[in-house]
Design a protein around this ligand. Sequence first.
Ligand code: F6R
Ligand code: MG
Ligand code: MG
Length: 363
Amino acid sequence: MKSTISVIKADIGGYVGHSGMHPALIEEGEKRLEEAKNKGIIVDYHVTSVGDDLQLIMSHTKGVDNSEIHGLAWEIFKACAKIAEEIGLYGAGQDILSEAFSGNVKGMGPGVAEMEIEERPSEPIIVFMADKTSPGAWNLPLFKIFADPFNTAGLVIDPKLHGGFIFKVLDIKKGNYVELKCPEEMYDLLSLIGAVENYIIKEVKRYDGVIAAVASVQRLSLIAGRYVGKDDPVMIVRTQSGFPAVGEVLEPFSLAHMVAGWMRGSHWGPLMPVSIKEANCTRFDGPPRVCALGFQIKNAKLIGPRDLFDDPAFDLTRKRAQEIADYIRRMGPFEPHRLGMEEMEYTTLPDVLKKLEGRFKGE
Ligand code: F6R
Ligand code: MG
Ligand code: MG
């Protein structure tokens, strides 16, 4: 059976500031998705939040880029934005960048990760959701999951994984992409994806073309042409029997690697894996968080979720993330805590620099 998982998310108002989510928005999302389920538009759903982002996790049989599914999410975000405005939530309607919906939310503000799969008899997937960072945050973990034999034991010892994986890499500024096969083209792949603000892994397929992972690649600043918050990405990863195991997929997140985002979308900081109840971005509006919800998919129903970072096995990572946060915060406005000048172009810094323009003199 073919089923589709659609994760569509947006920041439509924060509580308090940009730190978290008001329960009224979750309730509105649940109410509307329950109605859509009863009408047979979707098969199943789960609504949650990570930091200030509302996450709509939907399963259905309509394929990716379906206008009914995208329209449903769009209407929910608009209704939630109205509630956010009424109760004075912060930045109400932030990610609704356009009023005119034309069948797809891509390019309109929300982030989207969707995959259509031929369901296996048991289909374990993980939905990752991050706050206070950008889509490049997935590059390092995706590489480790699907191409690093020191991370994924199955690449070495499971014949079903031995054929390798194909990475679809998007040049975010030019808008074109290249497909690179690992392990054969591993060095070429790394030469691109280490530049996380330029090249973003959009999709991973197994050597036989079967879809393994999809990530959201929307970049708000490039859509809006100015700073409107970071893009707080999501991704969906298939696991087990022919794909990396759940534990191999979670393993790269034990590093708390450095990602771009955090305060004012302008700082490098550690990505801290947390449970949903701990996904509240407080210290310096962060540090950046990642949550992982596991589901079994059966006949397009979502069995779950299990909150996979709700585990003491990640305590040491969380402590390390806090130590890194403490260390790098001491650098204040100095690089490399603050992003490089090219990335600062999309923040509010150019407005400040404009003031100084006339005051530079020849040496
Ligand atoms: C980062 C983020 C926050 C805000 C910061 C300033 O993605 O959303 O760190 O950038 O709180 O917010 P404003 O400019 O709305 O006061
Ligand atoms: Mg926000
Ligand atoms: Mg956010």
